[in-house]
Design a protein. Structure first.
Length: 367
């Protein structure tokens, strides 16, 4: 089997709530997502997706995805997509770094492998654990009362885990955490996710003034060194996200005792193959994970569901369903949230098929 061509589509995905806000005054009204379709010489199509959450969150941006695929795509024509290690080595050979460029190609290869061998991706990744994946709901950064009311409404939809987008003015963030915490009980989980937004002295004030609350602190500062400093100053559970962008950095953080949990984002690491490496190490080292991506639509949500559902439940801290945040869906077969939970498809591959009437023509084709 050989890759015959690579088609890349650009889709703008609007949000149901109108906008999404997080640290550093970042906000978006719609997301620019890139869909990659690999077609093989035996007519199997594999799908992948990457959405970079704008250009000021991670060192990644949507136009860069498509430029990067143009850079490496020609070298993949004629390669066997089921040789997933070789595909990853070839991508690294042609383009150093830029994991977000490689992620949708890697994802599409896993889709092809599953379809070729008549297995869902979760089976390729180790088997399914549990009936459902329990999801968190991200709460866009607003004033404390609005965020509290959103949590109340999402609890009615079956969510029990909430990720507050903080990392703004730290005094307001303290109020956000306290306000939402007052609406939760011992069956709920609350994460204060600063997305690198606090300076070290601000993060110290936040953790000291919320240490009597049942709240997890996620990536308070931009640098790994500052995060470790804050970790040493709080007894609350601690999550690293943006700092975990490679296997090497994960091992360093583990050796330093820098976290209790990691946020494993597929595109931040370069795809399912490399995410699985860290996932399996986390299970061995007994580190729970939030398994997700930076953002995305139906395909990205499907990939999240397969990686999450193939992870033992005791190490699956949380996950998310980005396609339920969006007001535009472009496929058939993607996971659907029910009562704050989702499950991976049992269909072959990722279990998702594009609705070509919705996505239009590709931006470009490499053959």
């Amino acid at each position: 089997m050989k890759i015959k061509n690579i088609k890349v589509y650009k889709i703008d995905i609007p949000l149901k709530e109108g906008s999404y806000k997080w640290a550093h005054n970042n906000h978006v009204e719609k997301f620019d997502t890139s869909i990659v379709m690999l077609e093989t010489d035996n007519n199997i199509r594999g799908l992948g997706e990457v959405c970079t959450l704008g250009s000021s969150y991670l060192p990644a941006y949507s136009k860069g995805v498509r430029s990067g695929i143009l850079e490496i795509g020609k070298a993949l024509i004629g390669k066997d997509p089921t040789d997933i290690f070789n595909i990853n080595l070839e991508m690294e050979k042609k383009l150093k770094g830029h994991p977000y460029v490689k992620s949708p190609i890697d994802m599409a290869c896993w889709d092809i492998i599953g379809k070729n061998y008549k297995m869902p991706v979760w089976k390729l990744l180790g088997g399914k654990f549990g009936e459902h994946i329990h999801l968190y709901r991200a709460i866009s950064q607003e004033n404390p009362e609005i965020m509290k009311q959103k949590v109340i409404e999402y609890k009615k939809e079956g969510y029990s885990k909430f990720q507050l987008k903080v990392g703004g003015i730290y005094q307001e963030d303290i109020e956000r955490i306290k306000s939402v915490s007052s609406e939760l009980d011992h069956t709920n989980i609350l994460v204060a996710d600063a997305n690198t937004g606090w300076k070290s002295h601000e993060a110290i004030k936040v953790v000291k003034q919320t240490e009597d609350l049942d709240v997890y602190i996620e990536q308070p500062c931009e640098t790994y060194r500052d995060c470790v400093e804050i970790r040493r100053k709080t007894s609350n559970p601690f999550i690293l996200d943006e700092s975990i962008d490679s296997l090497k950095n994960f091992l360093q953080a583990y050796d330093d005792g820098a976290m209790d949990i990691i946020n494993l984002k597929i595109s931040k690491l370069g795809g399912i193959y490399k995410s699985k490496q860290i996932r399996d190490l986390c299970v061995e080292l007994k580190i729970p994970m939030t398994i997700e991506d930076s953002w995305g639509g139906d395909i990205a949500t499907a990939a999240i569901s397969h990686l999450a559902h193939s992870t033992p439940e005791k190490f699956r801290f949380s996950s998310t369903d980005f396609n339920s945040y969006n007001s535009f869906n472009y496929s058939e077969g993607s996971p659907k949230r029910i009562d704050g939970k989702m499950k991976a498809s049992d269909n072959y591959g990722l279990g998702v098929e594009l609705d070509f009437t919705k996505i239009g023509e590709p931006e470009f084709v490499i053959s």
